[in-house]
Design a protein around this ligand. Structure first.
Ligand SMILES: *Cc1c(COP(=O)(O)O)cnc(C)c1O
Ligand code: SF4
Length: 327
């Protein structure tokens, strides 16, 4: 089958640490650590996202999100492989049902980018995602529980599915009477704006249910002209376009960066939704921001932005009935 533009861009993503360093004019001395850490969780970054980084700057906030570092290999107390209890919450293959009224579908393990702080970096996707062969069980579960009013497509990144498979899945979910809304959690409009193509937009526009898309963007530099265009097109086809971020040490842990992020998102038609405290996943300890510091940052943000541009600071606690707000 002829690959679409986004599939070609996805296939061309940089996976070799040495190539990454060369393209960004960074010292080759970073390569051994990057390769060692990449052996645990591979490097993966689309070229368009890489182009938004500053050459020669090892502290670039976008680079820091994707460059494997030796810190990842150092065990840290309290940082574990399943930090939010996903494996216990698996209600059926690929279905996470933790909160009332909402069920989350792990549609695929694939992502366009590998974020070093990802809370699912150790998730056993090969056994636990609702791939085509498992959709039947996942859909049976959604159909049987009439309290489920919203289905969340997550992953991995659900937009890693081709338009055909996505359309099929959406149609089957749309046929369930008690489902009122569909939500899509995706980082692809940010890291691979090519993914927002005409066929996807048509599928969203013609869908039976209102669609909410929650993108994932952590820093204003992630939004360039192509991303802005993709977000604008997306917004025109759905009910609501929101953003979630993770609070990350030396990426976005200061109030002017966070304020800039909210302003930039707003200009692109996106409202901030959640700012997550880092989940304590093994390998990501160097991204952690302490809770007291996070609260102070939010206070500073509230003092300089309208309320609707201030995200809710939340953390995920194992067994809690919702995300836990930190106020
Ligand atoms: C975060 C999450 C949701 C969504 O929670 P909202 O507060 O509605 O955004 C739903 N299900 C699971 C399993 C989640 O982790
Ligand atoms: S896009 Fe999301 S799921 Fe994929 S690696 Fe990044 S944080 Fe994890």
């Amino acid at each position: 089958m002829h690959a679409s533009a986004w599939q070609a861009a996805l296939a061309a993503a940089v996976r070799d640490p040495l190539e990454l360093l060369t393209l960004l004019e960074l010292p080759r001395e970073l390569a051994p650590a990057a390769s060692a850490a990449a052996a645990q969780f591979p490097l993966r970054v689309p070229r368009g996202y890489l182009a938004r980084m500053e050459k020669g700057n090892p502290h670039d906030p976008l680079l820091r999100q994707i460059l494997p570092l030796s810190e990842e290999l150092r065990p840290q107390r309290g940082f574990v492989t399943d930090p939010v209890g996903d494996l216990d919450a698996m209600a059926a293959t690929g279905v996470l049902h933790k909160y009332h009224g909402r069920a989350l579908l792990v549609t695929t393990g694939a992502c366009a980018v590998h974020c070093r702080y990802c809370f699912r970096r150790h998730f056993p996707y090969s056994e636990a995602h609702a791939g085509t062969e498992h959709w039947t069980a996942a859909l049976d579960y959604l159909r049987a529980d009439t309290s489920i009013h919203e289905v969340i497509l997550s992953g991995g990144d659900p937009l890693s599915l081709g338009n055909g498979r996505l359309h099929e899945l959406m149609t089957r979910i749309g046929a369930i009477d008690h489902v009122r809304r569909l939500r899509i959690h995706t980082r692809q409009p940010i890291v691979l704006p090519e993914r927002v193509d005409a066929e996807l937009l048509r599928c969203l526009r013609n869908y039976r249910l209102p669609v909410v898309v929650v993108v994932h963007c952590n820093h204003p530099n992630e939004i360039d002209a192509a991303v802005c265009t993709a977000l604008g097109e997306l917004r025109g086809c759905i009910a609501s376009l929101l953003n979630q971020s993770v609070l990350l040490r030396r990426v976005n842990d200061d109030s002017s960066t966070l304020a800039g992020l909210s302003e930039t998102l707003f200009r692109a038609g996106v409202l901030p939704y959640y700012l997550h405290l880092l989940d304590p996943v093994a390998g990501a300890g160097h991204f952690a921001v302490a809770e007291a510091e996070a609260r102070a940052l939010l206070g500073a943000l509230r003092a300089r932005l309208p309320g609707y541009l201030v995200p809710q600071l939340v953390r995920e606690r194992r067994g809690a009935p919702s995300k836990t707000p930190l106020v």
